[in-house]
Design a protein around this ligand. Structure first.
Ligand code: NDP
Ligand code: 2IT
Length: 450
């Protein structure tokens, strides 16, 4: 059996019931054959066995009191996967589906994603199985305070720097930071995604969506094309999706869909950004409200979705941007996209395509931007926030956006070059896995067995 198969089999035994983690590792290892053949030292020094094992996992109880006076208990996680390239860096996810396997998949992806940014960042992830939906601001505050009351002893600006992810936006970051500051007496760059008026970076909240659009522009440019005039299908209606829609519109493309956990909006005239922000960010409501206020938009409630398919991908599009969550795009969806003429899929979310969907899209040779490259603009701009915090500066929006564009173009180039170097030109899934892994693996060897 091969080295990678041996490692995968061992992982199945030692990390049972962690399906998403296993999926993420298998995809990476499937790309590494030629690299491992040409670098026997990786095997000799057991770099793969080491990289799939987190440096440290912190699991903790989060007990808090809801508005009725009832005690609630949640599971808290922080997986400090790798500090090889810099302080551990990665978001926090608050969602009822969070478990050890989900956090480990996200943390593992984050190691390679952060490596691709070219910035000094390790990788990790955290979160809780807490559902902020339907909770009052006071409840969210108490939860965040309880969460940070355990986490604060494990994080710090040169140790581990959390940020947002699903369910963790500016409100949660504010409560988390406030509690860290009270407990430590320090105002420092311990968390990113802070409001710009108290230590945040301009452009951070937009960065993942904008960066994803810049990456799609690079993908299309490599084929002598561009985004202008393209019909785009976007899934999700949160931070990444909203800013993807915003940047697509300003670049002359036409986003026609968004989705949330209640359903899908198809608005042929183009998504109305102001209304979307009003419904999702101000009112924290479901997308049916969007359709109620725009008679020409179609709303498909989740109860009417066909089994195993997502209707957002059957809206004909030139470019698809999955920006909601993992495994949201199935093989049936991939077939629909290919047969209706989609040219490009660019992943705003982490691991949004199932393995068979990804294989189908790659076989069809459409331009494919894997999440760990295409959505790296968020964490890259988090590092710009860390730089500003460390030097007590605040850069202008134009400066941050200029750097973001440059970083996305560099990621695209390095991923393309790695794919070509190992005999798979144009295969950016392969290129991203190789380029990210190689950078971390070499540094691990240089830093000695650990
Ligand atoms: P948000 O919480 O802001 O938005 C998530 C959106 O996806 C919501 O509209 C949510 O619906 C919808 N959604 C649909 N199905 C699901 C599901 N099963 N679980 C959770 N959400 C679902 O998160 P983000 O926009 O920040 O994150 C979206 C994706 O992008 C995630 O995969 C995340 O890991 C990734 N990402 C985020 C980065 C960031 O900087 N925030 C950086 C890089 C990647 P509803 O509104 O009904 O809850
Ligand atoms: O998945 C991701 O890259 C994020 N949620 C952002 C991480 C960060 O530290 O900004």
């Amino acid at each position: 059996m091969s080295y990678t198969e041996d490692t995968l089999n061992a992982l199945r035994r030692t990390s049972p019931a962690q399906d998403e983690f296993f999926q993420a590792v298998r995809e990476v290892l499937a790309s590494l054959g030629p690299l491992l053949d040409s670098h026997p030292r990786y095997r000799k020094e057991r770099v793969i066995e080491r990289i799939v094992e987190p440096e440290r996992q912190i699991l903790f109880r989060v007990a808090w009191v809801d508005d009725e006076g009832t005690v609630q208990v949640n599971k808290g996680y922080r997986v400090q996967f790798s500090s090889t390239l810099g302080p551990v860096k990665g978001g926090l996810r608050f969602h009822p589906s969070v478990n050890g396997g989900v956090i480990k998949f996200l943390g593992f992806e984050q190691i390679l994603k952060n490596a691709l940014t070219g910035l000094p960042l390790g990788g990790g992830k955290g979160g809780a199985n807490f559902d902020p939906k339907g909770r009052s601001d006071q409840e969210v505050m108490r939860f965040c305070q309880a969460f940070m009351t355990e986490l604060f002893r494990h994080v710090g600006p040169t140790v581990d720097v959390p940020a947002g992810d699903i369910g963790v936006g500016a409100r949660e970051i504010g409560y988390l930071f406030g509690q860290y500051k009270r407990l430590t007496g320090r105002f420092d760059g311990v968390i990113t995604g802070k409001r710009a008026s108290w230590g945040g970076s301009l452009g951070r909240k937009e960065a993942t969506g904008y960066g994803c659009v810049y990456f799609a522009e690079e993908l299309l440019r490599a084929r002598g094309d561009g985004l202008e005039g393209k019909r785009c299908a976007v899934s999700g209606a949160g931070n990444v999706a909203v800013h993807t829609v915003e940047r697509l519109r300003s670049m002359g493309a036409k986003p026609v869909t968004v989705t949330d956990t209640t359903g899908t909006i198809h608005h042929e005239r183009g998504i109305d950004l102001d209304l979307l922000v009003e419904v999702k960010e101000m009112r924290r409501a479901g997308l049916a409200e969007y359709a109620r206020e725009r008679g020409d938009a179609r709303f498909i409630p989740v109860e009417e979705y066909p089994e195993g398919e997502h209707p957002v991908w059957s809206v004909p599009c030139d470019v698809a941007f999955p920006c909601a969550t993992q495994n949201e795009l199935t093989l049936a969806d991939a077939r629909t996209l290919v047969s209706s003429g989609c040219e490009c899929v660019c992943e705003g979310a982490n691991m949004p395509a199932t393995p068979d969907a990804m294989a189908h899209l790659m076989n069809a040779k459409l331009a494919y931007g894997p999440g760990k490259a295409a959505n790296a603009g968020g964490v890259a701009t988090s590092q710009l926030e860390m730089s500003q915090n460390a030097s007590m500066q605040q850069w202008g929006l134009e400066e941050v956006d200029r750097r973001l564009r440059e970083i996305m173009a560099n990621i695209h180039r390095s991923v393309e070059e790695a794919a070509a170097e190992f005999g798979e030109p144009g295969n950016l899934v392969f290129g991203a896995n190789i380029a990210g892994f190689r950078k971390v693996a070499d540094a691990m060897i240089e830093q000695g067995i650990h």
